[in-house]
Design a protein around this ligand. Structure first.
Ligand code: ZN
Length: 64
């Protein structure tokens, strides 16, 4: 076994860039907290919704 496994791995939080414990004890990993996790998912969801809401321009050029 490697000695590194004894210590939790610290990774930068994708949302705030702070220290995040990448271990089973951190249910929000790789995020540092629930707030950061929800913030990131919210941004992703809103962006996805915006893309789906935008009408495909190619279809508008097709003859009806
Ligand atoms: Zn964070």
């Amino acid at each position: 076994m490697e000695p590194k496994s004894d210590k939790p791995r610290i990774v930068p939080c994708p949302s705030c860039g702070g220290d995040s414990v990448f271990a089973p004890s951190n249910r929000w990993r790789p995020f540092c907290s629930e707030r950061c996790r929800e913030h990131d998912l919210g941004a992703w969801a809103s962006e996805s919704f915006r893309v789906q809401a935008a009408p495909p321009t190619e279809d508008q050029d097709l003859p009806h």
